[in-house]
Design a protein around this ligand. Structure first.
Ligand code: ADP
Ligand code: XUL
Length: 522
């Protein structure tokens, strides 16, 4: 049996990739978009509406229903799920799911009823705080104070207390929803929640995703008592001990065997975070390649030799699912900001790319900050006008405005990823926006570095399938990468050396303007 399934439960969609390792082919590549296909959840971009711009939650039942929809659709299109020999996957990082009871009986989900109806009563809190939430500034301060300072939290967990990270989010639930917290028996990340559904039994959190919680001791790979105590009382009892990412957590639950025709006994390998999974899906488990994912958020990441931390407190250290560590910097206003400007001007992605081609590098020194929602890198809280809407209104020329937003994003990625060290020799890009030639051009010119993309677009779902093949199928990474991770021969964007000086100048403008705005507003 040579078919392996990788799932990716991301912000806006759930995707599945099936690889056939005997033929070296991707045989299924399918997605369910939450906003357009599950409108009943009223989450156009995968997130529930909220009066407070800092609060961002999602409905975990939407992810459950998407799983059913996806499995049914792939089967309707003629794929037989009984071919699958191993499953793994990934979830958007940091988001938490609160369960009233641990799942112990793999047979508890009955195939005669929908999974959504059976999961609903298990939730001790109906929604999941997710990575775009920035409402836990107070909790971050409290955790830092109780744990001996931000630097200490950084040293132990690889990140200072971060608003979107799970620990501060859990603390907020404990403070504001004490009954729900008290009724919670188990807390999951999106990754371990999705894995638990598939096996019908509670899945532990893997070391890759666990590092995004402000709770893990990176050195020992265990939950850290100081951080647990600083976060919420009784937290240790609500978390299963973290596990290595290659751990086989169980086999596919009878529910999926009966409903979708999976073979009994198919192993499920621990799920991980979408970024750690992309590291695998991009074949970059060893240090040396710098990766950029242009999804809902933009992330810059790379495998690391050791757990070196960002002295400025913006970057993070996560677990590398293949062992060791990875660095990551996350920019909340990635595609969110690009969508915002393209919508304002009524530009589709084709016109968006053309706008960049028709305007000069560095736009004569003008910038537009892309902070349409609160930003994590640099930290821009809600209520602060950092887009500089006065600049925006003054932009009579939409094409220049589009270039300005993307250039500012690229400059920000360059500046805030400097701590990773060594200048990259090549950048490999993935995510929805990596299809846009205009964006690739700007990234190549700003970094003065060649930009490549991969043949299989969804690196996170592919990473899930590859991890399943490695851990459940015993296939070596090298073999898997040579079969499935190929650079797209048609995309090789060389930097324009003539743009170098213009971007050095623009980088200085960026620093000055950003520092001035940060000083003025915060
Ligand atoms: P996520 O995994 O975070 O849900 P994806 O990597 O699937 O995100 O990327 C989805 C986003 O990619 C869309 O929201 C859209 O803004 C953006 N996108 C899709 N196609 C293009 C394109 N041709 N140019 C620019 N952005 C695009
Ligand atoms: C990473 C982060 C996002 C989410 C959603 O720290 O918050 O990239 O994983 O993709």
């Amino acid at each position: 049996m040579a078919y392996f399934l990788g799932l990716d439960s991301s912000t806006q969609s759930l995707s599945a990739i099936v690889i056939d390792t005997s033929e070296g082919r991707v045989v299924v590549d399918e997605s369910v978009n939450f906003g357009s296909e599950l409108p009943a959840y009223e989450s156009p971009q995968g997130v529930l509406p909220s009066q407070d711009p800092r609060v961002r939650h999602s409905d975990p039942l939407m992810w459950v229903e998407a799983l059913e929809l996806l499995l049914a659709r792939v089967r309707e299109r003629g794929f037989n799920w009984s071919k699958i020999a191993g499953i793994s996957g990934a979830g958007q990082q940091h988001g938490s799911v609160f369960l009233k009871e641990p799942l112990r009986d793999a047979g508890r989900f009955k195939s005669s009823q929908s999974l959504v109806d059976q999961v609903r009563p298990l939730l001790s809190y109906p929604t999941s705080p997710m990575w775009m939430d920035s409402s836990t500034g107070e909790e971050c301060k409290e955790i830092a104070a109780a744990a001996g300072g931000r630097e200490r939290v950084l040293k132990i967990s690889g990140s200072i207390p971060i608003e979107r990270f799970t620990g501060p989010q859990i603390r907020k639930i404990w403070k504001t929803q004490p009954v729900a917290y008290q009724q919670t028996a188990e807390i999951h990340l999106v990754s371990s929640f999705m894995a638990s559904l598939l096996t019908g039994t509670s899945a532990a959190i893997d070391l890759g995703d666990a590092a995004g919680m402000n709770l893990l001791d990176l050195g020992t790979g265990r939950w850290n008592t100081t951080l647990l105590d600083a976060t919420a009382p009784g937290l240790a009892a609500k978390l299963l001990p973290p596990i290595a990412s290659h751990t086989r957590i169980g086999t596919i639950a009878p529910y999926f065997i009966e409903r979708y025709g999976f073979r009994p006994g198919v192993p499920v390998i621990a799920f991980t975070g979408d970024n750690p999974s992309s590291l695998v899906g991009m074949g970059a488990i060893a240090p040396g390649t710098r990766l950029i994912s242009l999804g809902t958020s933009d992330t810059v990441f790379a495998a690391m030799d050791g757990p070196r931390t960002d002295p400025n407190g913006y970057g993070h250290v996560f677990g590398n699912p293949a062992g060791g560590f990875m660095s990551l910097i996350c920019f909340t206003n990635g595609s969110l900001a690009r969508e915002e400007v393209s919508k304002r001007f009524g530009f589709d992605w084709g016109k968006f790319a053309a706008a960049i081609q028709e305007t000069p590098a560095a736009n004569g020194g003008r910038l537009i900050f892309p902070y349409f929602t609160p930003e994590t890198t640099p930290r821009i809280p809600a209520g602060v006008d950092l887009v500089g809407s006065e600049d925006f209104v003054a932009w009579k020329e939409p094409k220049e405005a589009i270039r300005a937003v993307v250039e500012t994003q690229a400059l920000s990625m360059r500046r805030f990823s400097e701590w990773i060290g060594h200048a990259p020799k090549q950048l490999v890009l993935t995510g929805g926006a990596a299809r846009n030639p205009g964006i690739l051009r700007i990234v190549a010119d700003v970094f003065q570095c060649p930009v490549r993309t991969l043949r299989v677009g969804n690196a996170s779902a592919l990473g899930g399938a590859l991890r399943a093949a490695q851990a459940a199928g015993g296939i070596a990474w090298k073999e898997l990468f040579s079969a499935f991770v190929a650079l797209d021969p048609d995309v090789n964007v060389q930097p324009d050396p003539q743009a170098r000086a213009a971007y050095e100048q623009l980088a200085r403008v960026f620093d000055e303007k950003l520092n001035a705005r940060l000083a003025r507003n915060i």
